[in-house]
Design a protein around this ligand. Structure first.
Ligand SMILES: [Fe+2]
Ligand SMILES: [Fe+2]
Length: 170
């Protein structure tokens, strides 16, 4: 899961940099922490949470099992630590960016990064929990990105796979 978070963080930073309006360091941090709610749930439900990993829809499975999904758990956790608003909002919006009206570049960088690393043909899935949807395509295009950008992003991440595998001992 941390390898997934690290890949999303790397791509969030890259997308933030390419959108130029966003601080790529903040985008990286937001990407790294986007699934922190999963860590919270794993620690609260050590015996039961592993069964969620294989679920087709992780969010629905979490709600069914724990009456709380990792988005809400992450938001509560980071709020309790007084994290900056843009990081908390990026956690809140990382699977659904509808309604995001502040810090939109940071939120978009994480949202798109989660989507891109979840594409069916991606080589480095790790323990991801996202999906690439029509909504992602629209947001991606609206931000001026095109198909060649996806190819470039995948290529950059693929080039880092060995390093990531070795860093996380995978
Ligand atoms: Fe997630
Ligand atoms: Fe994720």
């Amino acid at each position: 899961m941390w390898a997934h978070s690290y890949v999303v963080a790397t791509l969030s930073g890259l997308i933030g940099f390419r959108m130029s309006a966003a601080d790529k360091g903040i985008c990286f941090l937001a990407g790294l922490l986007h699934d922190i709610g999963r860590v919270v749930l794993i620690n609260l439900y050590r015996n039961d949470y592993p069964s969620v990993f294989g679920a087709e829809n992780i969010i629905s499975a979490e709600r069914e099992m724990f009456q709380c999904d990792h988005i809400q758990a992450g938001v509560w956790f980071l709020e309790s630590l007084s994290f900056p608003e843009e990081i908390i909002m990026s956690v809140r919006c990382h699977h659904d960016i509808n309604g995001a009206d502040k810090h939109t570049e940071i939120l978009t960088s994480v949202y798109l990064a989660e989507g891109i690393v979840s594409m069916p043909d991606i080589a480095f899935k790790y323990d991801g929990d996202g999906s690439w949807t029509e909504r992602h395509v629209k947001v991606f295009m609206d931000r001026g990105f095109r198909g060649h950008d996806v190819i470039e992003f995948k290529s950059i991440l693929s080039g880092r796979c060995n390093h990531i595998n070795s860093f996380f001992d995978l």
